[in-house]
Design a protein around this ligand. Structure first.
Ligand code: CDT
Length: 343
């Protein structure tokens, strides 16, 4: 029996440092209303969707980078579903009967800062994920700004603690629930996580049927990423978009799940170019729908979760085909250890 659900990536374009939060929220609500008109059940908003992508250095003044009081304006405090900065979005979603995945900077009651996303249904938070890739080794970005103020950096290590939630899949009551499968199984990750097979396999091993990913991905960062400063930005843009699609398509397929990826994109403050290419991807690995702009845009598709089944039962039947006796290195070794040289 088909298990159909209509999903959308709500891509969000340029948001400047001085953007009025109410205006930004109104843009998100407009996307939600479009989704309502198209009968969408689930909308996925990007990573840090409510403000500019403040961890970037370019376009932020020194005070913003170094003054903790000024910095806290970017974070959401208290339970997200009651937070006045975002509650009107959840209220509208409840009115339209739409579930929402949204990324934001979180400040906990005990003063911890995380890069977080939540899954909210009818005003209730069903699940929360805090980005783990802000660790001292794998982090996207750095803790200290580069000396060159023109050099684009992402200071996630400075602004967020490594997440403490891990990759916990969860069930979502609603469409596509049936006797045989129960409620759909979903998982969340944030941006850089999508480049790591480990994040995906965590969800694959829990039988995830939809993986949601919000992202802010800059395409031209010679100093941060070590590519040539003289490289043609147009070429680099294609390479970085290619990495995004490669990672999304390959990992979606090898974990026999659908995925939805949603970009915060465009040139914040006119300087910080971040890619679009928000996608909805099939378990077979092909792109079902993709954004065409680097602006606010809703990418919609109806998907049938039953289409995960063939791969889950055959090619990627983990219980049958995984050989964990050969995978010990994956969980016991962090960095590269090369084999001894022959001579
Ligand atoms: N937001 C995020 O995780 N961005 C990273 C790039 C950071 S560049 C140092 C990404 O993987 O897209």
């Amino acid at each position: 029996m088909p298990r159909k659900i209509k999903v959308a990536a709500a891509q969000v374009g340029r948001v400047d440092t001085d953007a009025d939060r109410k205006d930004t929220l109104a843009r998100l609500i407009a996307l939600l209303e479009q989704a309502g008109q198209q009968g969408v059940n689930l909308v996925v908003f990007p990573e840090i969707a409510l403000t500019t992508f403040f961890p970037r250095m370019v376009g932020l003044d020194d005070d913003m980078v170094n003054n903790p009081e000024k910095l806290d304006m970017w974070y959401e405090k208290g339970p997200i579903v009651e937070n006045p900065n975002v509650k009107p979005l959840f209220d509208k979603a409840t009115e339209l009967g739409i579930d929402v995945h949204i990324g934001y900077a979180e400040l906990t009651e005990d003063g911890k800062h995380y890069n977080t996303c939540s899954y909210v249904k009818a005003g209730k938070e069903l699940a929360k994920y805090r980005k783990v890739r802000c660790t001292k080794t794998h982090l996207p970005g750095f803790s200290e700004p580069f000396a060159n103020p023109e050099s684009e950096n992402h200071l996630e290590k400075r602004y967020f603690l490594p997440g403490d939630t891990g990759f916990q899949a969860f069930r979502v009551p609603g469409p596509a629930t049936d006797e045989e499968h129960g409620e759909p199984i979903m998982g969340m990750m944030i941006c850089n996580d999508r480049r790591w097979p480990e994040s995906w396999r965590n969800y694959g091993l829990q039988g995830a049927e939809i993986v949601m990913v919000g992202y802010n991905t800059p395409f031209f960062q010679p100093e941060a990423l070590g590519h040539g400063p003289d490289e043609d930005p147009e070429v680099r843009k294609k390479i970085v978009e290619g990495h995004h699609l490669l990672c999304m398509q390959a990992h979606t397929h090898t974990n026999a799940t659908f995925s939805i990826s949603s970009a915060r994109c465009g040139y914040d403050n006119g300087v910080s170019g971040m890619i679009g290419s928000s996608t909805i991807i099939h378990p077979e690995g092909h792109i079902i729908a993709i954004s065409k702009t680097w602006d606010d845009e809703l990418v919609v598709a109806e998907i049938d979760l039953d289409e995960c089944k063939r791969l889950q039962e055959k090619t990627f039947n983990f219980g049958k085909h995984r050989r964990i006796e050969h995978y010990q290195r994956l969980a016991t070794q962090t960095g590269v250890v090369k084999p001894p040289r022959v001579a």
